[in-house]
Design a protein around this ligand. Structure first.
Ligand code: FES
Length: 171
């Protein structure tokens, strides 16, 4: 006599699982290869973004050429003396200093700490900021003492037919 096995009816939730067999553990498992791909994608995007910003800065700088501007006649400044001038804009005051018969230097006179105007001390060959007692080396603009974190912005000079010109900034 055949035995008839009685089949239990599937409950609703079990039936659904049988029709759509989804292995949840497998579904949420991320393989090492996938994770590496994800990291490479993120890193690649970062590198592309940095390159884009770098190129933008490069082209912006080369497009923003500063004007060439006459400052003074060479003979109008005596050795161990200085004059003030504005460059590149009217509000940007600078100092042109004659260190010797043949050596001139020019700087923005804005202190690199909090932008106070610096004052030349010709005897000490220093530039002094009275706001917080900052000192700069007059021969190269580098900070010597006090809070200024970096050198003064230097004005590039050009000499032509007995005159001195400003032709850009070196920061
Ligand atoms: S602003 Fe020049 S030292 Fe502070």
């Amino acid at each position: 006599m055949d035995k008839i096995k009685k089949v239990q009816p599937l409950s609703e939730s079990t039936k659904w699982r049988e029709d759509f067999p989804v292995d949840e553990v497998k579904e949420h498992f991320i393989e090492r290869r996938e994770f590496t791909k994800f990291l490479l994608l993120i890193s690649g995007s970062f590198v592309v973004g940095q390159l884009y910003i770098g190129l933008q800065n490069f082209f912006r700088k080369s497009a923003a050429q500063l004007p060439i501007k006459k400052i003074a006649a060479i003979d109008s400044i005596q050795v161990n003396n200085f004059i003030t001038f504005t460059y590149p804009d009217k509000g940007d005051t600078c100092l042109l200093i004659r260190l010797s018969e043949t050596k001139f230097v020019a700087y923005s006179n804005k202190c690199t700490h909090l932008m106070c105007p610096v004052i030349p001390k010709m005897e000490e060959k220093q530039l002094y900021c009275p706001c917080h007692a900052g000192y700069f080396d007059m021969t190269n603009g580098s900070p010597l003492a006090g809070p200024p974190p970096r050198a003064l912005a230097r004005v590039k000079l050009k000499f032509h037919n007995g005159d001195i010109y400003a032709e850009g900034m070196a920061i």
